[in-house]
Design a protein around this ligand. Structure first.
Ligand code: G4P
Length: 532
């Protein structure tokens, strides 16, 4: 391929990618919607796997068992499907809030998100948290109000709630006709057509507007009157869809439907094809990288180990930002300067692993490795740039690891290092040589940690309380390494090294943390660290 043709191919392939995640409060219908999206995209073989994965509604023990079943969890980490020439990469996020770190990182790898709301409940606590993470990066959000086949709240009230609680403009693009047991379907506001519940998307009925007299014949007098009144009111009082505002992340188009009844899902997907952005420029520490650049770049946002009992390896999930990935390429891991061979990049089209021939901006590929690749790593064809924004959060639960058999100390160290690289836990080693500390965001992570240590590494271990309640990464805005060392010398028993050798300060209370900030104005104590 000539250079020009190659560049054209990159631009063309990038333009038809939509890489997104679904954010939802547990039970809103994320799993059901995912299944239906995959069916629409022809990825039929996956639908069962998604259901098998289940999610946050499951009990703790169910979850643990599922978590150990690494195969399923990986098959559904990235789901790729095609519809109408558009390639969708749907990145899965764990449902349970104890795994929110994983979700936050995954959201750094998407270009858009679908926010699923339960029509009877509206915005719930987890929806709001996940939305805030999207807002940090101005990720465009498409809203799907689900469960319209059941008793639902008034659409005006729901739209108002989105606007008020999320401070986000909301513009309906579909409108429900009838409610609950009399739900007939929706009116497509932009294309002016009726979409009956049991018809396919192509079978929409074109009308001249919401006041078209034909509507009464189709949906009945009562529902037609309500629809025309609603639309009049909506036109007068609600925002209309504005592509630029959506792309900037300040306005969400709102769809109504029912995932369970497979209604409105095609409409949503059409909206994603049409309006959701393809991969865009991504900031690095040196410059913004455009997807259509010829040279490949990407970053690792997730690492998963021991996924398949037959391949005890680790897979780094890499989001490609520019260029074209081909089998056999050698990439530069910018953090270490090492060359990483990419002999068998993995696509996760189906339950089985497939070796991809090539991948493009927006795609996610799995690169098997033996622990070289870490979350936050940037990969390039040689250029020294680092993508920013894959975060680590200061854990809120800090525990000493108690080893049942001291002979296993070395094995424990290896296991903890590997699990830290996977992002399962964070690990801190106190400078005074005392036992390592693990840090997690949620209690359930500790259960998973104990279980994986025992099952995968045969290292039974427990956890003991520490005298610390919080930690912060120490940095010096002026780059004064001596100032950091001074802190460490004076506070040896309250300082530890993280997995990357960075110093962290351990605090017994918020009061102590604030004191430290006052006493050491030349230092910064950060609750979030960008990796690499
Ligand atoms: P989640 O992943 O967001 O947690 O939600 P999930 O899809 O598992 O859906 C939660 C429950 O809501 C499920 O019922 C599911 O069938 C139901 N549901 C999803 N979409 C719709 C919809 O459009 N309409 C109606 N009426 N229900 C919907 P469940 O009884 O808790 O589980 P299951 O036994 O059906 O699996």
């Amino acid at each position: 391929m000539s250079d020009t043709l190659a560049l054209e191919a990159v631009a063309r392939e990038a333009a038809r990618r939509r890489t997104f995640a679904i954010i939802a409060h547990p039970d809103a219908g994320k799993t059901t919607l995912t299944e239906k999206l995959l069916l629409k995209g022809g990825a039929i073989q996956l639908a069962g796997a998604v259901r098998a994965k289940g999610n946050a509604r499951r009990t703790r023990s169910d979850w643990m068992k599922i978590e150990q079943d690494r195969g399923i969890s990986v098959a559904t980490s990235v789901m790729t499907f095609e519809r109408g020439g558009v390639i969708f990469n749907l990145l899965d996020t764990p449902g349970h809030e104890d795994f929110s770190e994983d979700t936050y990182r995954t959201l750094t790898a998407v270009d858009a998100a679908v926010m699923v709301l339960d029509a009877a409940k509206g915005i719930e606590s987890q929806t709001r948290k996940l939305f805030e993470v999207c807002r940090l990066r101005d990720i465009p959000i498409v809203t799907f109000v689900n469960k319209m086949d059941r008793e639902a709240r008034d659409p005006f009230e729901l739209i108002d709630e989105i606007e008020q609680t999320l401070a986000l403009d909301a513009a309906p693009v579909a409108w429900p006709i009838g409610r609950a047991s009399t739900f007939w379907g929706t009116y497509d506001i932009l294309a002016k057509r009726l979409m009956p519940v049991d018809a396919t998307e192509e079978e929409g009925i074109a009308v001249s507007g919401a006041d078209d007299p034909r509507i009464a014949e189709l949906v009945g007098e009562e529902r037609a009157t309500q629809l025309s009144e609603d639309i009049l009111l909506a036109e007068a009082g609600l925002k209309s869809f504005d592509l630029a505002a959506f792309r900037e992340g300040t306005l969400t188009p709102v769809y109504f439907g029912s995932a369970l009844r497979d209604f409105g899902v095609g409409h949503l997907l059409d909206g994603m094809s049409r309006y959701a952005p393809p991969p865009g420029a991504r900031a690095s520490d040196a410059r913004a990288v455009e997807p259509e650049e010829g040279k490949l770049t990407g970053f690792v946002f997730k690492v998963q180990a021991n996924m398949d009992p037959n391949h005890r390896d680790r897979v780094a999930f890499v989001r490609l930002c520019s260029g074209r990935l081909t089998k056999g390429m050698r990439l530069r891991q910018v953090r270490t300067g090492k060359q990483v061979p990419v002999n068998a990049p993995l696509f996760f089209f189906a339950k089985e692993r497939q070796v991809a021939e090539e991948a493009w901006p927006g795609d996610v590929v799995g690169i098997a490795n033996h622990g070289t690749l870490r979350i936050g790593d940037t990969l390039t064809e040689g250029e020294d740039i680092n993508f920013r924004g894959v975060p680590s959060f200061a854990p809120e639960i800090l525990r000493h690891v108690r080893l049942e058999d001291p002979m296993l100390a070395k094995k424990l160290r290896t296991a903890l290092d590997q699990l830290a690289e996977e992002g399962v836990v964070q690990i801190f080693r106190p400078l005074d040589g005392s036992a390592p500390i693990v840090g997690v965001v949620g209690e359930l992570q500790l259960d998973v940690l104990a279980s994986r240590l025992k099952v995968e590494y045969t290292v039974p271990a427990g956890f003991d309380a520490t005298r610390w309640s919080t930690m912060r990464w120490i940095s010096s805005p002026s780059g004064d390494r001596a100032a950091i060392n001074r802190w460490a010398d004076r506070n040896r028993s309250d300082t530890a090294e993280d997995h990357d050798g960075e110093y962290v300060a351990l605090f017994g209370s918020d009061w102590r943390r604030k004191r430290a900030e006052e006493e050491y104005p030349e230092l910064r104590f950060d609750a979030v660290r960008e990796q690499s």
